[in-house]
Design a protein around this ligand. Structure first.
Ligand code: COA
Ligand code: MG
Length: 290
């Protein structure tokens, strides 16, 4: 599993921001061709992204490119110009049907074949941010084996369903949970919604901690200020890691002694808690803490 604690969007037509993104220690850098780029800057953004992929050192960060939606008329040129730079993955926005995902998957397969790259070397990550996309999640989330994560897009969805965004977020909570459930069912990661007030780090922290508690692997971000707060919220603390280790050790001892459920520190422990402890260790390992 690779850490995707923070996924930073960077407008694809802004080389200064792209360069800056490579210095931030952020897990995922998503070079944007979609809504962060004005319509009359799409061509410039494709060229800038191709140049950035070809010349900049992204270090261990995952190099992603968000193309325009399938059906927008821009997606063919987007893929054609950015794929030669061999990004780690393509992010498809506003996914509505599994066929759209298959279409991009087929383009990637053909390009990998043409370049003699290993099949599946370019991953896919999907933005679930439309009502139809949510309703079709059963097919969408299992559409391609190169799928690594689902991202929940709260702002597009709120716009579409006519919801007014509130700090508590109940208007999008059901959809947020659905994305998480479908990702878990397919054993892929789920990346939580963006927090747009990039000056309010306290509120960002609260929302990031809540996302981590719900089960998300990470969160979308839009500004360098947000990297540290979000990545720490999605990194298990030393205390939590130690508890998980103790729990697993105690569980294994009790299993050998023929006991499935037992008491530890006054609480009942059995298999579901061990699943959760193993999840903590997997996330700690992905974050480089083990
Ligand atoms: N990635 C990399 N660097 C960024 C950045 C980003 N997303 N956002 C800001 N920066 C850089 C700025 O270039 C500036 O760098 P400098 O100090 O070297 O000049 C520094 O961080 C501070 O930026 P600041 O002045 O606070 O913000 P700004 O006014 O330049 O930009 C936004 C504000 C919102 C326009 C900008 O953060 C942004 O473009 N975010 C991404 C938006 C996006 O992609 N939206 C679509 C997906 S939801
Ligand atoms: Mg969107």
């Amino acid at each position: 599993m690779r850490a995707r604690r923070a996924l930073l969007y960077v407008p694809g037509d802004d080389m200064h921001k792209i360069q800056k993104a490579t210095t931030l220690g952020v897990d995922c850098i998503c070079l944007d061709l979609e809504d962060g780029v004005a319509y009359n800057r799409k061509a410039a953004a494709r060229t800038t992204i191709a140049q950035a992929l070809g010349t900049l050192d992204f270090g261990p960060a995952e190099k992603l490119v968000r193309i325009n939606p399938v059906g927008s008329g821009l997606e063919v040129a987007d893929l054609k110009e950015v794929l030669p730079g061999r990004p780690d993955g393509i992010v498809i926005p506003k996914v509505k049907t599994a066929d759209q995902v298959h279409w991009v998957g087929d383009q990637l397969t053909a390009f990998e074949h043409q370049m003699n790259w290993s099949p599946g070397v370019i991953g896919l990550i999907l933005l679930i941010e439309t009502a139809l996309g949510l309703l079709n999640l059963t097919e969408i989330a299992g559409a391609e084996s190169r799928l690594h994560a689902l991202i929940f897009g709260s702002e597009d969805l709120a716009g579409e369903i006519g919801a007014q965004r509130t700090p508590a977020g109940w208007e999008i909570f059901h959809a947020r949970s659905l994305v998480l459930l479908h990702a878990a069912a397919r054993e892929i990661q789920a990346v939580d919604m963006v927090f747009i007030d990039f000056h309010d780090l306290d509120a960002l922290k609260a929302e990031a901690v809540q996302g981590a508690q719900l089960g998300f692997s990470g969160k979308q971000i839009i500004h360098p200020n947000q990297v540290e707060v979000v990545q720490s919220a999605f990194t298990p603390t030393n205390e939590v890691i130690e508890q998980a280790r103790q729990l697993i050790a105690a569980y294994e001892d009790h299993q050998s002694a023929g006991q499935g459920a037992f008491a530890l520190d006054g609480k009942m422990i059995d298999a579901p808690l061990i699943k959760s402890a193993r999840n903590v260790l997997a996330r700690a390992q992905a974050a480089g803490k083990l």
